[in-house]
Ligand binder design. Structure first.
Ligand SMILES: Nc1nc2c(c(=O)[nH]1)N[C@H]1C(S)=C(S)[C@@H](COP(=O)(O)O)O[C@H]1N2
Ligand SMILES: [Mo]
Length: 570
């Protein structure tokens, strides 16, 4: 058989490439779903590392540094797809069984690599097996789709095909040696390749008498099939990578053993929570905690690879690993986080118990230079925050936090490390997935939100919110409870007043708090009379400043005004 003389080299390479790509893409996807420790690509890469002589390894680490893994994976892909795939394509066109045999060798290498990993188990075999099966199916499909063979004894010309003899994956079941010829005309329409375009305007396939058989090759059908295969290959790889990364980071997060704090939080007073139905609990569950960030896809940061770099206006740049951070004295603190974009009465506020290293401690290690007034922190996904240095250094519990409410930070809330600074809105202080701190000056650097119309500095404005009843609720006439939360982080709430229908302000009862950095529950009784009523609340901080009535939108530096609700008493 001389079919390779009809099917050009590039086409054979493409078939092998797409089949190999589908095999790897599907393997990656299955690896993510099956919870396999690694995909065959990574396993082959690891095996390659083991088999590489030490001097070459050292060279690679020096030459590629942190990117050595990436380079290695790219190398595996280039060798596999660039070298082996064209061979498989060529074999497959010669005889499909040869192509399958080629893929089997490919599978054997992958399985050998996977199974010789120290912690290999049965689930680790699945990605390679399923991936290679998908690759084999793709290979057969592409070969059948793009080529046809007709014994020289057949009387029909190649272009006179049987209608409906298989145009898609579902119907292509015959091997390429089937006597039913298929050709470009099946896919309909004239292509740009002009293969023997006839008088009737119908595209003709390339036809060649090869040995005793008549072979046809259809470039158009190959290209459309290959494009479909490429979508599957890339889609599988990207999705598998994303899911696999998530799994790996989730697993790493679960493994984190939280050290005990050197400085535990003050105990939460028994009277911190009124336990009123509908009132925000003193501590917000991680599950219920609001989330605000610019990340379309939550960054998956491997704690073992994580580093925090502190540089800029410092005497000694510092680099900390996660383990080093966990080894430093830890402080535990209850702090209420608030978003600058929270509307009056809004939901972007929550209170949690954080565990972390004091930022001031880390900065003292680095040695702040005079003139430095801003910490420009950067997250793994490139978000930046500008935090005033004096706030960090003034003794408050500004933390590089590793835990939230007794567990390692949830991934969406910044795992492995985020900042928490009592008294500052999140957009200027609470960098999640933080990886870099540049000590700098406000007149030299700008953080993410500043050129987007938000103030460079964002101290939290004193606010209060009515949680019960909710605006628009129907309330039964008689004794009712009005309750909510108020916050003035790092100053503390000293008073909350409530008024109904613009009447006299009345003092609400205040819950206890462990310190000035958390919100404070309040409640007040109300003799509700039938009709429509307006309820308003205002807080006064520990410095004696009462919330302004003046309404302002969130931009540029936080909303103001009194939370006002309307209820219907019946
Ligand atoms: N990396 C990163 N960190 C970020 C943000 C962000 O967009 N990216 N948003 C900030 C803002 S505006 C707020 S209010 C807090 C919210 O933290 P949370 O999602 O844990 O509640 O995170 C801050 N940290
Ligand atoms: Mo925010």
């Amino acid at each position: 058989m001389q079919s390779n003389s009809v099917v050009p080299a590039w086409a054979r390479a493409l078939m092998g490439l797409v089949a190999g790509g589908v095999a790897l893409g599907i393997a990656q996807l299955v690896a993510a779903f099956a919870g396999a420790k690694s995909s065959p690509v990574v396993a082959v890469g690891d095996a390659a590392i083991d088999l590489t002589p030490a001097p070459v390894k050292d060279f690679a680490i020096r030459a590629f540094g942190e990117n050595d893994k990436t380079v290695l994976i790219a190398g595996v892909l280039i060798v596999v797809l660039g070298g082996i795939a064209p061979l498989i394509g060529t074999l497959a066109v010669r005889r499909l069984a040869y192509g399958y045999a080629g893929l089997a060798v490919f599978a054997a290498i992958g399985l050998a690599a996977v199974l010789t990993r120290p912690d290999a188990g049965i689930p680790d075999v699945l990605p390679t097996v399923v991936g290679v099966a998908a690759g084999a199916w793709t290979l057969g499909w592409l070969v059948r789709r793009a080529t046809a063979i007709q014994p020289a004894s057949a009387t029909q010309p190649a272009s006179a095909r049987q209608p409906g003899s298989g145009t898609g994956p579902g119907s292509a079941t015959e091997p390429p040696s089937a006597t039913q010829p298929r050709s470009a005309t099946e896919s309909g329409g004239a292509g740009e390749d002009g293969n023997g375009g006839g008088r009737d305007g119908v595209e003709r396939p390339a036809v060649m008498l090869a040995g005793a058989d008549l072979w046809t090759f259809d470039r158009r059908r190959l290209l459309t099939g290959a494009a479909g295969g490429a979508v599957v290959a890339i889609g599988g790889a990207v999705l598998g990578q994303a899911l696999g990364g998530r799994r790996a980071v989730d697993a790493a997060r679960v493994r984190v053993a939280l050290p005990r704090p050197a400085t535990p939080a003050k105990p939460i007073p028994a009277g911190a929570d009124f336990h009123i139905r509908g009132l925000s609990p003193f501590i917000t569950n991680n599950r219920d905690f609001y989330r605000v960030d610019t990340a379309l896809v939550v960054p998956q940061v491997d704690p073992d690879a994580w580093k925090l770099r502190i540089h800029g206006l410092v005497d000694r740049p510092v680099e900390l690993t996660y383990q080093e951070l966990l080894g430093m004295p830890l402080t535990e603190a209850d702090v209420t986080l608030t978003c600058v974009s929270n509307e009056v009465g809004g939901e972007y506020v929550g209170n949690a118990r954080w565990l972390g290293v004091r930022m001031a401690e880390v900065l003292r290690r680095a040695g702040l230079r005079s003139g430095a007034d801003m910490l420009l922190s950067t997250s793994a996904d490139g978000f930046t925050c500008g935090t005033p240095v004096d706030v960090i250094m003034d003794g408050r519990d500004a933390l590089f936090a590793i835990a939230m409410n007794g567990e390692a930070l949830p991934v969406a809330h910044g795992f492995p490390v985020r900042q928490v600074v009592p008294g500052l809105y999140g957009y200027v202080s609470a960098t999640k997935w933080v990886v870099d701190i540049k000590v700098t000056r406000f007149d030299q650097d700008e953080a993410y939100w500043t050129p987007r119309g938000w103030a460079a500095k964002g101290p939290i404005k004193t606010q209060s919110r009515i949680d019960v009843p909710k605006s628009g609720d129907s309330v039964k006439a008689g004794r009712a409870t009005i309750a909510g939360v108020a916050w003035a982080q790092h100053t503390g709430v000293d008073a909350v007043e409530v008024r109904v229908d613009q009447g006299q302000w009345r003092q609400a009862r205040l819950a206890e708090v462990p310190g000035p950095d958390t919100w404070r529950q309040w409640s007040i009784d109300w003799d509700a009379t039938a009709g429509q009523h307006t309820i308003q609340v205002r807080a006064t901080d520990a410095a004696g400043r009462t919330q302004t009535e003046q309404e302002a939108p969130p931009a540029p530096d936080g909303a103001t005004g009194w939370h006002t609700i309307t209820v219907n008493v019946t």
